[in-house]
Design a protein around this ligand. Structure first.
Ligand code: PGA
Length: 258
């Protein structure tokens, strides 16, 4: 079975005490029998502290929200993949639409970030997704295909197996508008087909593909029930411990039924 994941992307939210309270809220009474892998992506400055708080929770892993495309050196303000790995980070988000749009991150740069992550045994969660204009012009498939080909598909068959893909339509992020389960399923199946064409059916079958964009406790069950949706990358709703736990429970109950 594919790895099922619910990941919380906290973005640039929460002061230190609030962040620690949220971690405690997520791990408080969490369902140890559940088979969902939980990932928290806090601001990098909190990672080390959270890693030590999570020592008794093997189902919860930490992701960074970004890493540098460079190995080390004179890049003021940047954080390298090796630094993140050295403090216990396991995953890193790469190519989030906010990084692409607000920080003008380009595909070649994202490909280098993926390489830096892999070199340091950080697992990339590679984000892709179209804007509303691209969807309205029926360019959503082509857009996602280009993003994957340029940013991720330079990896060989062995290395791609460690990656996670997150399909996040830009028009659904932080807007309260979610892709319908049909739209999500269609794009996830398309992504899996691209992976099968580039690598093979076995790799495609085993690759975890998450949906992101206004996932909430209300819609998680329906979205995660789609055949090719292996969980979610959750922004706003991951900042509320109770709601985030409900989203994790939705995934747990789907796994239990399968
Ligand atoms: P959202 O964010 O759940 O607040 O839409 C998702 C994301 O940006 O990963």
């Amino acid at each position: 079975m594919r790895k099922k994941i619910v990941a919380g992307n906290w973005k640039m939210n929460l002061l230190y005490a609030e962040a620690m309270a949220l971690v405690d809220g997520v791990i408080d009474n969490y369902d140890e029998s559940g088979n969902t892998e939980i990932i928290l992506a806090p601001p990098a400055i909190y990672i080390q502290q959270i890693v030590s708080r999570l020592q008794k929770c093997p189902q919860v892993a930490i992701a960074a929200q970004n890493c540098s495309e460079h190995v080390k050196g004179a890049y003021t303000g940047e954080i390298s993949a090796s630094m993140l790995a050295s403090i216990g980070t396991e995953y890193v988000l790469i190519g989030h639409s906010e990084r692409r749009a607000l920080y003008h991150e380009k595909d070649v740069q994202l490909a280098d970030k993926v390489t830096r992550a892999i070199e340091n045994s950080l697992l990339p969660i590679f984000c892709c997704g179209e804007t509303l204009t691209q969807r309205n012009e029926s360019l959503h498939r082509e857009t996602v295909q280009m993003q994957l080909e340029k940013g991720l598909f330079h990896l060989n068959e062995n290395l791609i197996q460690d990656c996670v893909i997150a399909y996040e339509p830009v028009w659904a992020i932080g807007t309260g508008v979610t892709a319908s389960s049909e739209q999500a399923q269609e794009m996830h199946a398309f992504i899996r087909q691209l992976v099968a064409q580039k690598y093979n059916a076995n790799v495609a079958d085993h690759l975890t593909v998450l949906y992101g964009g206004s996932v909430t406790a209300k819609n998680a069950q329906e979205l995660f029930s789609c055949q090719d949706v292996d969980g979610g990358l959750v922004g706003g709703a991951s900042l509320k411990a109770e709601e985030f736990k409900q989203i994790i429970s939705a995934m747990n109950s789907i796994i239990a039924k399968s």
